[in-house]
Design a binder for this molecule. Structure first.
Ligand code: GRF
Length: 219
């Protein structure tokens, strides 16, 4: 098996990044994390990545002023220089243009802390509580130009309790994020996720436990 050369893009603490790095420690995992890129020099995850022995890079969007394209071209150059095949956005807080997205068709995935299509954008936990949602969660999806959209690969659900606080709910969701992201990357890297009519279809057998996270798996 040739493992897929994977880059993780972060802006912050990188707990999802760490979950992916841990999963990829297993030599039979189909993705190899070869690079972590941050758009902020102070992203906490950079140190964690370096401690894990990974190569890191900083492409600071601020040094490009308002020129989004120049920032993205610089990012693309770094990814190409490392012969990256799959890009994982993990708390990467920059919107990407259609041009950049088009460089990574069905090869770039993102994790969003809500049950998409509900609660796109920011402050998802507060909004879920305010809306009186009984259930909340996280979604891993292929990236398309429209923000927090794109075919859903994996989704994990958690209950919302009557007396929930934003931080308690965030922690519950984060724990599920750390389970579904490694699962989604495993399936994408092994070529088992096909997009059909805008939906993901998972090929091959999955365990019952995995099926609970995979809307596109055969029942
Ligand atoms: C996560 O909640 C992720 O879903 C969202 O940003 C947060 C990043 O957390 N996109 P971390 O940096 O992975 O800890």
């Amino acid at each position: 098996m040739v493992r897929k050369r994977t880059a993780i893009l972060i802006s912050g603490r990188g707990s999802n990044m760490t979950a992916l790095i841990e999963a990829a420690r297993d030599p039979s995992y189909p993705a190899e994390i070869v690079l972590v890129v941050a758009n902020r020099p102070d992203a906490g995850g950079l140190q964690r990545a370096a401690e894990a022995g990974l190569e890191t890079a900083i492409v600071d969007h601020k040094s490009f002023g308002k020129d989004r394209e120049a920032f993205e071209h610089a990012l693309q150059e770094v990814l190409q220089a490392h012969r990256i095949e799959i890009v994982c956005l993990a708390g990467f807080m920059r919107l990407l243009t259609a041009w950049f997205v088009a460089q990574w068709p069905e090869r770039m995935v993102n994790i969003h802390p809500a049950l998409l299509p509900d609660f796109k954008g920011l402050d998802t936990h507060r909004r879920a509580i305010e809306a009186g949602a009984k259930e909340h969660g996280a979604t891993v999806h292929f990236v398309v130009p429209e923000m927090d959209s794109g075919p859903v690969i994996a989704q994990g659900r958690v209950p919302v309790f009557a007396d929930d606080t934003e931080s308690a709910l965030a922690a519950r969701v984060l724990a599920i994020e750390h389970r579904i992201y490694p699962l989604a990357l495993k399936l994408v890297a092994s070529g088992r996720v096909r997009v059909e009519n805008g939906r993901c279809v998972i090929e091959g057998p999955v365990s019952n436990q995995e099926a609970a996270f995979l809307p596109g798996a055969a029942q």
